[in-house]
Design a protein around this ligand. Structure first.
Ligand SMILES: *Cc1c(COP(=O)(O)O)cnc(C)c1O
Ligand code: SF4
Length: 344
């Protein structure tokens, strides 16, 4: 097993206690600043202006401090640095990879799976991940927040098969806590809702977001809450992340992790095993390991299905059953995530 951290020098974290809104605004946006901080100026020749223009670099400093100085192949850096590989046009990699249009129940509400409706609370994120579908729609055209959530609330209220509401995005915790509280206060008036799920990468990329106000809001929610963090590598965890996750757990939320299988980031058995073990140490159970959505500009991250299955089998042989995420792919029109199997 590889150690979760190595002894490489890091960028000093000078602002761990600043309010999250200030840290949000202070994110690194200049690739040359990031590369200089890491002592990797030589990588500047790989930075792509075209990729930057399509989807800007954006990295909270709290995330950048976990990158290893001097490591050209740092798995966290690879997730955020706009490089020339993104310019390649590869057949099958499209602008709209997931194709949710047919499942739209209202602007900002996707009701595709039995019992669950996904609410696009906002199009914003604290970080820009290069493999994300957001690269083609950085400012989501349709979010549920418009006109005080009225359309999505009406659609959810009108369908009593919806027992679980998923707050997604973008990143729903990009919204201020008061906005979230306004939404959940209105959801609480709908009797058939039994569970709330929150999908957010913020506990990992900007752990200061898990502040006292957010925890107070979570504590007061009338439903059991599942909180799905999105971590792709063991190095994404540090003391600040552990602390934020500990606070979330103390609120009573069930913590799960969803990971995207990414070439050059986590496509080895050691990296995946370390991620599961590190997540569990932070109180988070592995949930899904996703095959990449085939978005244009992300082809260099793709891992073949055969390799994904092989890695998954090795993981199952090595780890306790509850540390093995389900290997899935999202397929337009399916009624759930599709498990990857040898024949699929
Ligand atoms: C992924 C997803 C869900 C949740 O699926 P689970 O298998 O329950 O995690 C719900 N709705 C949509 C539209 C989704 O893409
Ligand atoms: S939606 Fe998730 S993967 Fe996409 S940019 Fe935001 S945090 Fe990254």
């Amino acid at each position: 097993m590889i150690p979760a951290r190595t002894a490489q020098p890091k960028i000093p974290d000078l602002q761990p206690s600043l309010p999250w809104q200030m840290q949000w605004r202070d994110a690194i946006r200049d690739p040359h600043e990031l590369l200089a901080l890491l002592g990797l100026e030589s990588l500047a020749t790989r930075v792509s202006a075209q990729a930057m223009q399509q989807f800007a670099l954006r990295v909270p400093r709290a995330f950048a401090v976990r990158m290893q100085a001097g490591n050209r192949n740092d798995p966290l850096l690879r997730q955020v640095l706009p490089i020339d590989d993104e310019e390649r046009i590869v057949p099958g990699f499209a602008l709209d990879a997931v194709g949710d249009a047919a499942a739209k129940a209202a602007d900002g509400l996707i009701h595709k799976y039995q019992g669950r409706a996904l609410l696009i609370a906002t199009g914003s994120c604290a970080i820009n991940c290069r493999y994300c579908f957001r690269r083609h729609f950085p400012y989501a055209r349709e979010t549920a927040a418009k006109n005080g959530w009225r359309d999505v609330l009406a659609a959810i209220a009108a369908d009593d098969s919806i027992e679980e509401v998923l707050l997604s995005g973008g990143d729903p915790l990009s919204l201020g806590t008061q906005k979230l509280a306004d939404l959940t206060a209105q959801l609480a008036a709908i009797p058939h809702i039994k569970r709330l799920r929150i999908h957010s990468r913020l506990p990992v990329v900007l752990p200061a977001r898990i502040d006292a106000a957010l925890l107070k809001w979570l504590d007061a929610l009338p439903w059991p809450v599942a909180f799905v963090i999105h971590a792709n590598h063991a190095n994404e965890f540090d003391d600040a992340v552990d602390f934020a996750l500990g606070q979330l757990r103390a609120s009573g939320a069930l913590l799960l992790n969803q990971t995207v299988l990414l070439k050059g980031v986590n496509d080895t058995i050691d990296a995946l095993a370390a991620l599961s073990e590190r997540s569990f140490a932070a109180g988070v159970l592995p949930y899904y390991l996703h095959q990449l959505d085939r978005v244009q500009g992300a082809a260099h991250f793709e891992v073949s299905d055969a390799r994904a299955l092989e890695l998954h089998a090795q993981l199952a042989a090595r780890l306790s059953g509850y540390l093995v995420p389900r290997l899935v792919r999202e397929v337009a029109g399916d009624s759930g995530k599709r498990p990857l199997t040898a024949s699929a």
